[in-house]
Design a protein around this ligand. Structure first.
Ligand SMILES: Nc1c(NC[C@H](O)[C@H](O)[C@H](O)CO)[nH]c(=O)[nH]c1=O
Ligand SMILES: CC(=O)[C@@H](O)COP(=O)(O)O
Length: 156
């Protein structure tokens, strides 16, 4: 049986953007560091990345839509942190950002990885931004790397 899979090797001919939020930048800046580290440690040069700042998670899909529509990028690593407050706002922001990111990726047939933390507490976010639960930014960039390689293997 034939197996098609992506390898964790940076394709240097592909243009990758990191889109991160200004919201909760104390956390999100660590996710960006992790994403750049992953790119460098898998054969890329972090200087080749483009970093775009969005106000908040709700704006991530809009910004990614613009980037992919420009034709200048082959993949996006979306990073942010939605941390629950005292109103239902968390649910709406998280849901729309998640749905929007998936929609824009499918629309453009380009990988957009999901590095959006959705946590109940700040502590949970800190744990996922480079402490005991890893770095979701590093993970999200490894997905971009694998997906670009997989798309090339598929012949997309
Ligand atoms: N509470 C968080 C937000 N809220 C802001 C929204 O994302 C959006 O920017 C605003 O509603 C204006 O359209 N954003 C986060 O990224 N994280 C949060 O915890
Ligand atoms: C995720 C949010 O929008 C949240 O941080 C805002 O806090 P609050 O629900 O207390 O207004």
């Amino acid at each position: 049986m034939k197996l098609i899979e992506g390898q964790l090797r940076v394709r240097t001919d592909k243009k990758v953007a990191i889109v991160s939020t200004r919201w909760n930048h104390f956390i999100v800046d660590r996710l960006v560091e992790g994403a750049k580290d992953a790119y460098s440690r898998h054969g890329g040069n972090a200087d080749d990345l483009t970093h775009v700042l969005a106000p908040g998670a709700f704006e991530l899909p809009m910004v990614i839509e613009q980037l992919l529509s420009s034709g200048k990028f082959d993949a996006v690593c979306a990073l942010g942190a939605v941390i629950r407050g005292s109103t239902p706002h968390f649910d709406y922001v998280s849901a729309e950002a998640t749905k929007g990111i998936a929609t824009v990726s499918l629309k453009h047939k380009k990988p957009v990885s999901f590095g959006l933390l959705t946590t109940d507490t700040i502590e949970q976010a800190i744990e996922r931004a480079g402490t005991k639960a890893g770095n979701k930014g590093f993970e999200a960039m490894t997905v971009v790397i694998e997906m670009l390689d997989l798309y090339a293997e598929i012949g997309a």
